[in-house]
Write a protein that binds this ligand. Structure first.
Ligand SMILES: [Zn+2]
Length: 272
């Protein structure tokens, strides 16, 4: 009888550990919500070009940005494949052949105080009622619940991600995306391909590993030691040397081997 009980307990703890195993990779994280659900299988990208009057995108500037978008997608696919994860992108324009006009475009300064309502604003200009409405319509149109918006702004600034977490207004923010500026705010050219990849990874759950308003210098130093080429630590022109390393891959659900140190890197702007 004692033996039988022991067997039951063993079986029960085995089941528990199996459940624990499948629960790695941040499944309950409040930031793993929103339209950018999981970066695997087929993901829909919807892009648009935003400009102000008298400062329009030229045809060749747009072509350059779209080439970078395509390159960043190819890079993400190859990184996912390194982690044995299938990934494909479908890409479409928000409003075919039409740029979206704003009265002004504020610059991103990397302060964490940038405007976060871009996606809601662009989809309204495209005829949707709000971000949630656009998400519902688009997920039907593309037969895909995993989608994000890439907004190219003809202005200078530090690009950033527009993320949704449980507890935020779905109506305003459920549809996630990124805002990509044309140049840095000092007018310098920037490595657009790696910046697009970095920001897209944010909306699918990746954390900054460099010093920001929400990330400490101490963690930056540790990340430099452990994940020197991770794209969440640094961006650059040479995509060949950048990669999605263990921690970032775990946050994305590509790496199921959780390590104790991972959670320590959680930045303040991804608080639980
Ligand atoms: Zn970042």
């Amino acid at each position: 009888m004692g033996n039988y009980r022991k067997k039951i307990i063993e079986l029960f703890s085995l089941l528990l550990s199996l459940a624990g195993f499948s629960l790695t990779a941040q499944p309950g994280d409040r930031w793993k919500a929103g339209s950018a659900g999981e970066l695997r299988d087929t993901v829909q990208t919807v892009y648009c070009f935003v400009e102000i009057e008298n400062n329009p995108w030229s045809f060749s500037e747009k072509a350059t940005m779209l080439a970078s978008l395509h390159e960043s997608q190819q890079w993400l696919i190859s990184q996912a494949n390194r982690w044995k994860t299938p990934l494909y992108f479908h890409t479409d324009e928000l409003v075919e052949g039409r740029n979206i006009l704003f009265d002004s475009i504020s610059s991103g300064t990397g302060s964490g105080k940038e405007r976060v309502d871009w996606i809601g604003n662009v989809v309204k200009k495209a005829g949707y009622r709000n971000a949630r409405h656009a998400y519902r319509k688009m997920s039907k149109k593309y037969h895909n619940k995993k989608l994000h918006v890439v907004v190219f702004a003809r202005a200078d600034g530090i690009s950033y991600a527009l993320r949704y977490a449980k507890g935020m207004s779905k109506k305003k923010y459920f549809l996630e995306g990124i805002l990509v500026y044309q140049r840095y705010d000092n007018g310098a050219g920037m490595p657009v391909t790696s910046i697009i990849a970095h920001e897209i990874l944010h909306i699918y759950g990746a954390w900054d590993l460099y010093t920001t308003y929400a990330q400490t210098r101490e963690k930056h130093t540790k990340a430099t030691e452990l994940y020197p080429d991770d794209i969440m630590l640094r961006v650059g022109y040479d995509m060949e040397i950048l990669k999605v390393d263990r921690l970032t891959a775990w946050l994305l659900g590509w790496n199921t081997q959780e390590e104790e140190i991972f959670e320590w890197f959680r930045p303040g702007d991804y608080s639980k």
